[in-house]
Design a protein. Structure first.
Lengths: 383, 47
């Protein structure tokens, strides 16, 4: 009788204890899932790798911060052209990131230097965008098993850079919305001791100056309904280079629209790299459905296969800036597009400056990627 | 700045736990529990 009265009176407290227990369990499970994004992706550089550096060698303020990232250097026996390839500026644009990974796992250089940064905004790989329902990872099948890669956010993790102001004026003087303070591609030329994203941008600019980079390529993806897609955005110092490489790509059947970098849109790589360094600056965009607003349910499959019925409908209504068929725009096609564009740019630069040539001993086999998939040019995971 | 953030989140988390034990309406308790998960993830700087 007493026990029954006690339960009736204290029922809400007993429920509170039960709910508190559930809160702890849910927090532990979700917390572990979120924290798993802090585990680094594993890459297997080719034998052509000369050395691995850290971005903090160019901006010491980055040392021991989540913004410090690995720079892979492939150096020929003789000097030639110096190229910087940046993937992962926006970690939710996987073709840019994976193109850099395919390159670092396959290339060897006889003449010239290639610097590859596969995860330019390393902090952005440690979280997802809230409310987007994006997958945490996507997978690529290789000959020796599945490789897993993180699908991050467009922005630096707010745990690493906080708070966002309502408005943000970047180091180039452009006024933007507050969250853009965490967008690496709005923070050039950066600041030596600014907030984390500014310091990363500054480190990249320093690398370009100290290593005398001749050509810098920033690899991106955009939604198929976005006008600047399957495009090459170039600084005015790179107009000739962009035109030659685009013509050569057209001969290979790869159509690329050319977009000049707007002089009044400041803080972006294609603008500030060209303004602040000697490098020719180019940004490449492919079309990615998982990035778009018209997509259905987001999933790792959508990231890899690029198939979405909403985009088919949008294409039939003429709402897209790229052609779209039932085969979709898979990751292998997007990486293929970036790889052939990078090679075309390197060859065009050589055509313009024969004294600064670049000789590859090995370059990823792009036809195999198109026919057999991306895994054919990625190394199998270590057991 | 992070110290202030921790202080504010800790204060609100304690308030939510206190409210969870005092509240007598079932759905209000469930709602509080859901909000608590988010506050705990923030308190430990996980998300």
């Amino acid at each position: 009788m007493h026990a029954r009265v006690f339960i009736k009176v204290q029922r809400h407290r007993i429920l509170a204890v039960l709910l508190m227990g559930m809160v702890v369990i849910v927090t532990i499970i979700t917390g572990r899932q979120y924290l798993s994004l802090h585990e680094e992706d594993v890459f297997y550089p080719s034998k052509g790798l000369s050395t691995k550096k850290r971005l903090s060698e160019y901006n010491p303020a980055l040392r021991e911060t989540p913004g410090d990232t690995t720079v892979y250097l492939f150096q020929g026996t003789t000097d030639g052209v110096h190229i910087l390839i940046l993937g992962g500026t926006h970690p939710k644009e996987p073709a840019g990131f994976l193109t850099a990974v395919v390159l670092l796992e396959n290339i060897a250089v006889a003449k010239g230097k290639i610097f590859i940064i596969p995860q330019a905004n390393r902090s952005g790989f440690t979280h997802n965008d809230p409310f987007e329902g994006d997958p945490q990872r996507f997978h690529v099948d290789t000959s020796g098993g599945m490789r897993s890669f993180r699908f991050g956010s467009r922005l630096t993790n707010p745990v690493h850079q906080w708070p966002d102001s309502t408005l943000f004026t970047n180091t180039a003087g452009q006024k933007l919305s507050g969250a853009e303070a965490r967008n690496l591609n709005r923070n050039y030329p950066g600041k030596k001791r600014g907030h984390l994203t500014e310091m990363v941008a500054y480190g990249i600019i320093q690398l370009m100056e100290q290593e005398k980079i001749d050509l810098a390529i920033d690899l991106h993806e955009a939604a198929p309904e976005y006008p600047i897609v399957n495009a090459m955005v170039f600084h005015e110092n790179s107009a000739e280079l962009a035109a030659i490489s685009s013509l050569n790509l057209q001969l290979e059947g790869v159509n690329l629209s050319l977009e000049s970098s707007p002089p009044n849109l400041r803080g972006l790589s294609h603008r500030e790299w060209g303004d602040h360094t000697q490098a020719k600056a180019v940004l490449l965009e492919t079309a990615n459905c998982s990035h778009g607003r018209l997509k259905g349910r987001p999933s790792a499959r959508l990231v890899v296969e690029g198939k979405d019925k909403n985009y088919l409908k949008a294409a039939s209504l003429g709402r897209l800036f790229v052609s779209y068929d039932p085969d979709g725009i898979p990751l292998r096609k997007r990486v293929y597009r970036h790889l052939v564009s990078v090679k075309a740019l390197a060859l065009a630069l050589q055509e313009m400056h024969p004294e600064k040539s670049l000789v590859f001993i090995h370059y990823p086999n792009t036809s195999i990627i198109l026919e057999q998939g991306l895994g054919a040019q990625l190394r199998p995971p270590a057991k | 700045m992070t110290l202030f953030y921790h202080g504010i989140v800790l204060f609100l988390t304690i308030n939510l736990i206190w409210y969870l034990f005092r509240e007598k309406k079932f759905w209000a308790q469930v709602s509080t529990a859901i909000v608590l998960v988010i506050f705990l993830l923030r308190l430990f700087l996980i998300k």
